[in-house]
Write a protein that binds this ligand. Structure first.
Ligand code: SF4
Length: 68
């Protein structure tokens, strides 16, 4: 079975990545982090969640912020 981040459900960034009109720009985050077993724990959102803190909504997996 394909790997999926344990935080996928309820992750606002995952929802954005998969539904945004900017999907071509954001899609690499899905394959680089959300469905990548090795790199998923490196996701900035994942790492914040592991500390028990809710990450900012615009925090991207690579640690940068989503710009509008
Ligand atoms: S890898 Fe990061 S962005 Fe993707 S679902 Fe998990 S916490 Fe959210």
């Amino acid at each position: 079975m394909a790997f999926r981040c344990k935080n996928m459900q309820g992750c606002p960034m995952y929802n954005l990545i998969t539904t945004s009109l900017r999907i071509m720009q954001l899609q690499p985050y899905l394959t680089d982090y959300c469905t990548n077993q090795d790199r998923c724990p490196e996701c900035a959102r994942y790492r914040v969640l592991e500390t028990g803190i809710k990450p900012p909504a615009d925090l991207l997996p690579d640690g940068t912020r989503l710009t509008t």
